[in-house]
Design a protein around this ligand. Structure first.
Ligand code: TRP
Length: 343
């Protein structure tokens, strides 16, 4: 046993101009909390973002914004290297080796590829979209990550990662740590404000149902205040019959730290309008400073770029060692100067 804390790694794709409330409460807050107990690495999956068509300038902007939002949410770049996936060339290098170990049939079973390629049209889907889970496996295995916090939609990709690690270790000797999923669940259950029976989501929510954290505070306050409830008047928790009210209670509970039961008592005899105002106020107390900090970081672009550079250097220090071990294991000649390890 070593005294080293276990390693955690996660990346998100820079596919939106702003994180939404579901991302923040589901994933990012979790990332922040994990820093206390683990050695954490957090990245922007800019290579993954190329799997669907994106304007070059938009990709640049979104990559920087993603990093800024990590930091604004409380990811501490001193404790957790924050880096862009494309800055650490080892990701693409390992992805190639792993792709040569992945069966075509196995890759074809990835349900997210089926969904996404159906969305863009099967003839428009590119090969990168198909091999995307293999690049994701490389992201994870390079860092010997023990735990990978992701949403439920990534479970199958983690299974593939585990499978590839085991297959590699079996065939070439123990090189990779087999990672455990760390599925981010319940708090992630933030529902659409206009359609509270479906999750708040970038792809399916209507503009008024989703809280984009970097939007003007006024616009977001308005969205909270016009959240859909029901024709009843009683503030009670009942996900099935009162999904809108229940979602508001959940949100208020997350933001105030009070339990849903306490809140139901607090709001006895009050109207839906009171609840909505309370949610808007409590949420904006968190969202407004987050937005402010993100915008400040975006103004200091050189510093933000320096932060990513420093993060990439620290990430590469780990990634390069794993890759050197992979070279040895599979019989590629290790380039002079590359040093492996045994973690
Ligand atoms: N595929 C993930 C998503 O879309 C993002 C991702 C890329 C990732 N590489 C990763 C997540 C490595 C965890 C670990 O959400």
């Amino acid at each position: 046993m070593t005294a080293m804390p276990a390693r955690v790694l996660s990346l998100t794709q820079p596919t939106a101009d702003s994180l939404h409330l579901g991302n923040y409460l589901g994933a990012l807050r979790q990332w922040v909390a994990l820093q206390d107990d683990y050695e954490t690495f957090y990245g922007v999956a800019d290579l993954h973002a190329l799997t669907v068509e994106v304007e070059p300038q938009q990709l640049t902007e979104r990559t920087l914004r993603s990093a800024a939002q990590f930091v604004a949410a409380g990811v501490d770049p001193v404790r957790s290297p924050v880096f862009a996936q494309s800055h650490v060339g080892e990701h693409a290098q390992l992805a190639w080796v792993l792709s040569c170990l992945t069966g075509f049939g196995q890759a074809s079973r990835m349900t997210q590829f089926k969904d996404k390629s159906a969305r863009v049209g099967a003839d428009k889907a590119n090969v990168g979209l198909f091999t995307y889970p293999i690049l994701m496996a490389a992201d994870i295995l390079l860092y010997q990550a023990e735990r990978v916090p992701v949403g439920e939609d990534q479970r199958q990709h983690l299974e593939l990662t585990r499978d590839l690690a085991q297959r590699f270790n079996h065939r070439f000797g123990e090189v990779f740590t087999v990672p455990e999923p760390h599925i981010v669940s319940s708090v992630g259950k933030i529902m659409d404000l206009q359609d509270p029976t479906s999750k708040m989501s970038k792809t399916s929510s209507s503009p008024n149902g989703i809280i984009e954290l970097l939007d003007e505070p006024k616009a977001n306050i308005k969205k909270f205040r016009s959240a859909v409830t029901d024709s009843d008047t009683v503030i009670a928790y009942d996900e099935e019959n009162k999904p809108g009210v229940s979602n508001l209670l959940n949100l208020l509970s997350v933001f105030t730290g009070r339990s849903v039961e306490q809140l139901v008592t607090d709001f006895e005899g009050k109207m839906y309008g009171h609840l909505k105002v309370a949610v808007a106020d409590a949420a904006m107390e968190v969202i407004a400073p987050f937005r402010q900090r993100t915008l400040e970081l975006m103004e200091e672009r050189t510093e933000l770029e320096a932060l990513l550079l420093a993060g990439a250097e620290r990430a590469r220090a780990v990634a390069a060692k794993t890759l050197a071990d992979v070279y040895d294991a599979v019989g590629l000649v290790r380039p002079a100067g590359a040093a492996g390890t045994a973690r």
